[in-house]
Design a protein around this ligand. Structure first.
Ligand code: TYD
Length: 199
């Protein structure tokens, strides 16, 4: 599919503030007259719904089946949402993408680099990947105390420490690391500085 738009992926462990930052960036770009599609993974499609069922019972599938579900969900996301939006010239902001698979399913024992290579066979490479970084303890605190949620099976603290280490080791020219410990406005300003060159 011909690609005219821009794809920006937001990544990081749980509780980094990705969702808030996507809302702020989407609003700022719309004010500049850009057509923005904000989307997320897991999606609300057939595979995304199956993934959400695993939040309480991750052990009900094998690590291979789990990886396959995230890949199926992404294939559908690319075919139905990301690809068509890019072809129309829109700016796509995705809350998680294949770097999450590398980090989370990597933390579960798969090879992160192989996961990235398998995804890049069908998923457009983002123009920019913004990895928001906070200490694991702060991410966990935000999920538990501020959202009032209990940690799901993907979010146990030890697992997240492994996930964070994989995110920290990823490199590529499109990757930017942003400190997510400050207030939302300050983090947004840093993101704006980073994406400015894309437009
Ligand atoms: P999250 O962004 O918390 O989704 P929501 O709050 O909308 O349900 O993501 C759900 C979990 O899925 C999160 O803990 C990370 C995990 N995940 C993976 O393990 N692999 C992946 O490829 C993706 C996209 C997410």
């Amino acid at each position: 599919m011909e690609r005219k738009g821009l794809l920006i992926a937001f990544e990081g462990i749980d509780g980094t503030g990705k969702t808030t930052q996507i809302e702020l960036l989407a609003e700022a770009l719309r004010q500049r007259g850009l057509s923005v599609v904000a989307t997320r993974e897991p999606t609300d499609g057939q595979y995304g719904r199956k993934i959400r069922e695993l939040y309480k019972n991750r052990k009900s599938v094998t690590p291979e089946e789990e990886l396959a579900l995230f890949l199926d969900d992404r294939r559908e996301h690319v075919a139905q949402v990301i690809g068509p939006a890019l072809a129309l010239g829109q700016v796509v902001l995705t809350d998680r993408y294949y770097y999450s698979t590398a980090a989370y399913q990597g933390a579960a024992g798969h090879d992160p680099q192989k996961i990235i290579a398998a995804n890049e066979l069908f998923a457009p490479v983002p123009d920019m990947v913004i990895i928001i970084e906070v200490p694991v303890s702060l991410g966990v605190h935000r999920v538990q105390k501020l959202r009032g949620e209990t940690l799901n099976d993907f979010e146990q603290e030890e697992t997240l420490a492994r996930v964070a280490r994989i995110f920290a080791g990823l490199n590529g020219r499109n990757i930017r690391r942003i400190d997510g410990t400050g207030n939302a406005g300050g983090v947004h300003a840093k993101i704006m500085e980073n994406v400015a060159g894309l437009f």
